[in-house]
Design a protein around this ligand. Sequence first.
Ligand code: PMP
Length: 392
Amino acid sequence: MKGFEYLQKELDEMKEQGVFRNLIPLESPQGSKVNINGKEVIQLSSNNYLGLTDHPKMKEAAIEAVEKYGAGTGSVRTIAGTFSMHEEFEEKLANFKHTEAALVLQSGFATNQAVLSAILTKEDVVISDELNHASIIDGIRLTKAGRRIYKHVDMQDLENALKETQDYRTRLIVTDGVFSMDGNIAPLPEIVELAEKYDALVMVDDAHASGVLGRNGRGSVDHFNLNGRVHIQVGTLSKAIGVLGGYVAGPKTLRDYLIHKGRPFLFSTSHPPAVTAASSAAIDVLLEEPELIEKLWDNTKFFKEELTKLGFDTGISKTPITPVIVGEEALCHRFSDKLFDYGVFAQGIAFPTVAKGKARVRTIVTAQHSKEELQQALNAFEKAGKELGIIK
Ligand code: PMP
């Protein structure tokens, strides 16, 4: 259609550079193996850390909720779309996270946008790690607050930022709990100490830590025994929790304020009953089946160690996210394609998701993978890696 030639030109250039990617539809439920293009492959690209997308208790809860309450809610939360199950679930989440209150939003992305854009004005400043997630970056763009980006996990630079910004009313330090592209954990104890020293607030985005770190998957704050010392915890229901949505856990004042001022919360329809019921059942699963998290970590240790033994550069990861860093973007995509030929689905991630020249195949093992599946995947990595000269 006429009018889009300038966009098409850019897409054509991406094709020439070998970085244009098609979406890859799954033809089976999410799991340790999935069907793609009629072929069964080992799944190493999902965020389904605990395998909950397909957990029987969650499916049952979702079906029951649909039968009882229907497929949709017909309104935003603030008009006619709050069901009792939404509020019950929020109370359960707050208890789980040891916070006064929690509020669920449409997605983790929307949650970061809602929180940052609502609570910060031009009297305030946000101090943000340079590798924070896109939803934090976009949330910051929506505020009129001052902004200071500190070097990745660099506590000296964070302290400098705190010294430079003493004149602002509220100073909010924001960090991912686990960084999604490198799999490293934020140095939360140091961040909290600095925040206390300089009287700043701390917000943690635990998208990749919920269900993964802390007791029963309570997240990075619990992992570091910092309950009560981190002001705002954001999480997602879309990764380890296995469903869809985001939440913020913190003081009741924050929840009440977001209900009135959090724009994605105010202007977007509430979660369907099936989503809320399944997410709520997931919290029960976290409490009742801690062995899932043990298995996740057992698989993580094995897979990471074996990849390193093969000679791959797995960066600074300390979590189930293990990047296999390749560098050049086109090579990374060729590596991913070859892995697929050898029965492994591990997506290449390139600019703008990661910095130029830092392209990687990002792997995420789950609690569902068997050791045999992981060994098969390692064999594929070895073969493809050698053929492309990524390892010797
Ligand atoms: N924060 C981080 C750190 C993430 O990795 C993601 C998911 N890519 C999000 C927020 C967004 O979460 P959701 O998928 O629920 O929108």
